[in-house]
Design a protein around this ligand. Structure first.
Ligand code: NDP
Length: 321
């Protein structure tokens, strides 16, 4: 039978942002409920080695880090529920959401931390070689390609930034773009063209990610020229797909202000949305930094702001009585 779950702090999403909000919220006595979505633990559960999350001298595994964060959140008093939210009502408080099994969730405050996902090309070899030479995050995995030959696919800010970032590790970086001009900001383009370690393959589409070797890993890309149809093969050690991110905000359309292709709009430098008591943190509102540690930081900020909001509400109520 469908149940109603009530809390002072409802959190949607269980990546580093949601879990950090939960840890802070639980320790503040808000007895948070985290509704875990389709990918509990978020994007880190699909990465392997993590070397840039502070506090660990040795390489740790993304899924392990998320298990630890969840265990920590549980230990301090967070409740976790698996569900997919299918309906939201932000028009009044408590905020009210409905899960796909009919359960209702009510939060005096709401922290949205549903994250974003890198878009993939959906081409042969891409999924099989993911983590074995194919990645969607140069900042996360670039270090493993020190001195190797790599390519970045895409023509926007992310692709150009990832190509530039990869020159810290590799002297041979190819940017592969399907058109003859980039979408990225001018300043980034200037830096790209000025960098002798980067070459650009224009009007080129990837047709297949090619694996080989023992253990099996990426050995190259099959390419096609969009103008001439000419096919070619580019031998590589690593390929980064950088064709954009999609924030998980479909369900919030029409209920919240979304900007820049679907990211939740917040007051700059804070996790506050225009709706009092409703906060957004992590990749669902941040299209610039997108790191586990920045997501965790904004999750903490959301919990602190939620706590303050509730305290102010309580104060106003007492003053009115
Ligand atoms: P964008 O949507 O800006 O760019 C995606 C790129 O991938 C485009 O060049 C597009 O090609 C290409 N692409 C898309 N689909 C395919 C496909 N199927 N095959 C081949 N190529 C494809 O995404 P970004 O992640 O770069 O940026 C997203 C947002 O985040 C933007 O608003 C951006 O400005 C912002 N951002 C800002 C940063 C900053 O301010 N420092 C850093 C990173 C992102 P085409 O050009 O032909 O459409």
């Amino acid at each position: 039978m469908a149940e109603t779950h009530k809390t002072k702090m409802l959190i949607l999403g269980s990546g580093p942002a949601g879990l950090s909000a939960a840890i802070y919220g639980a320790r503040a006595g808000l007895e948070p409920i985290v509704v875990q979505g389709l990918q509990p633990g978020g994007q880190l559960t699909i990465t392997t080695d993590v070397e840039n999350y502070p506090g660990f001298r040795d390489v740790i595994q993304g899924p392990w880090l998320m298990d630890e964060m969840q265990a920590q959140a549980e230990k301090v008093g967070t409740r976790f529920i698996f569900d997919t939210i299918v309906d939201v009502d932000f028009s009044r408080r408590p905020f009210r959401m409905t899960g796909d099994g009919g359960d209702v969730y009510e939060g005096d405050t709401l922290v949205i931390a549903t994250g974003a996902q890198a878009k993939w090309l959906g081409l042969p070899g891409e999924e099989e070689l993911s983590g074995k030479g194919v990645s969607a995050c140069a900042t996360c995995d670039g270090f493993f390609y020190r001195g190797k030959k790599v390519a970045v696919i895409g023509g926007g800010n992310t692709a150009v930034e990832e190509a530039l970032y990869m020159t810290n590790h590799s002297d041979d970086v190819t940017l592969i773009h399907r058109r003859d001009s980039l979408r990225a900001e001018k300043i980034l383009q200037e830096r790209l063209f000025a960098n002798p370690k980067i070459s650009v393959l224009w009007n080129t589409n990837v047709e297949r990610f090619v694996g080989g070797g023992e253990p099996v890993g990426l050995v190259g890309l099959d390419l096609v020229d969009t103008q001439t149809g000419a096919k070619s093969h580019l031998a590589l050690d690593g390929a980064f797909v950088a064709i954009g991110h999609a924030p998980a905000t479909e369900i919030f359309k029409g209920h919240l202000d979304l900007i820049d292709g679907g990211y939740i709009e917040v007051e700059p430098g804070t996790p506050k949305t225009k709706i009092p008591g409703l906060f957004a943190c992590g990749d669902v509102m941040d299209h610039v930094y997108r790191q586990a540690v920045t997501a965790a930081g904004t999750g903490c900020m959301a919990a602190l702001d939620a706590e303050r909001f509730l305290a102010e509400q309580e104060f106003e109520q007492i003053a009115a009585e």
